[in-house]
Write a protein that binds this ligand. Structure first.
Ligand code: PGA
Length: 256
């Protein structure tokens, strides 16, 4: 048994500008607010954060950004800083595999971002995950170990209840081919063991670990039933009207 609060986050990626984002958030909100006992987080594109913030204000549904830079201000064209997000977003996704693959983010950059998130009262959802070549070559453990150590070092050990780690195998993202429950459980267990090595058993016990990669209403409960997994990071299915159903199934699975 654990008293970690389950968490389901919807990563809308590069979809829904301010008007569409506001309308979609409003359309799912009445269902989402009824799911208590799971933290639900909506992560729209940066330009739509204020519009969705206005919709969620005063509710139990949280707002997350999809990325940020680690400097507070300056000559970083196109970037968004932690100070700009502070007070607007509750969470920030960091080191998503699309950021790592298409935009060259390294573990070191992700780590600086995570440190900056803590310094600005933003809760980081830090993504790790192996590519298919890594898995096929038996390198999953090595890759996850170096990502966890590289991305998650030096965080405040007394505030780790604010940290979420998302295990997202790259080959499962947007492919309709989710990890098997056993593979997800094995890697979630590995991530927890590494965090215990880094921070100690008591400190690490409050860190939440999500699974992500082709999560839908059809498999969310299976992943949520895994003791080391506290919920899911959802891409495609978070843009559907029944997103709240994923949160509801997560709650049911955790209560069972
Ligand atoms: P997916 O994306 O649910 O569409 O596979 C997950 C993610 O990228 O976080």
């Amino acid at each position: 048994m654990t008293n970690r609060m389950p968490i389901v986050a919807g990563n809308w990626k590069m979809n829904l500008g301010p008007t569409e984002a506001r309308d979609f958030a409003a359309s799912i909100l009445s269902d989402l607010v009824t799911v208590r006992g799971v933290e639900s987080v909506l992560c729209p594109p940066a330009i739509s954060l204020p519009a969705v913030h206005a919709v969620l204000s005063g509710t139990n549904v949280k707002l997350g950004a999809q990325n940020m830079y680690y400097e507070e201000k300056g000559a970083f064209t196109g970037e968004i800083s932690p100070t700009m997000l502070q007070g607007l977003a509750d969470y920030v996704i960091l080191g998503h595999s699309e950021r790592r693959t298409h935009f060259g983010e390294t573990d070191d950059m992700v780590n600086r971002k995570a440190v900056a998130a803590f310094a600005h009262d933003l809760r980081p959802i830090v993504c790790v995950g192996e590519h298919l070549e890594d898995r096929d070559a038996g390198r999953t453990e090595r890759v996850i170990t170096s990502q966890v150590y590289g991305s998650l070092k030096g965080l405040p050990s007394n505030r780790l209840d604010e940290l979420v780690v998302a295990y997202e195998p790259v080959w499962a993202i947007g492919t309709g081919r989710a990890a098997t429950p056993k593979d997800a459980a094995d890697v979630a267990g590995l991530i927890r063991a590494l965090l215990v090595e880094m921070y100690g058993a008591v400190e690490a016990s409050v860190i939440r670990v999500q699974y992500g990669g082709s999560v839908t209403t059809a498999n969310a409960a299976t992943f949520a039933a895994i003791p080391d997994i506290d919920g899911s990071l959802v891409g495609g299915a978070s843009l559907r009207p029944d997103f709240a159903e994923i949160a509801r199934q997560t709650l049911r699975a955790k209560k069972a």
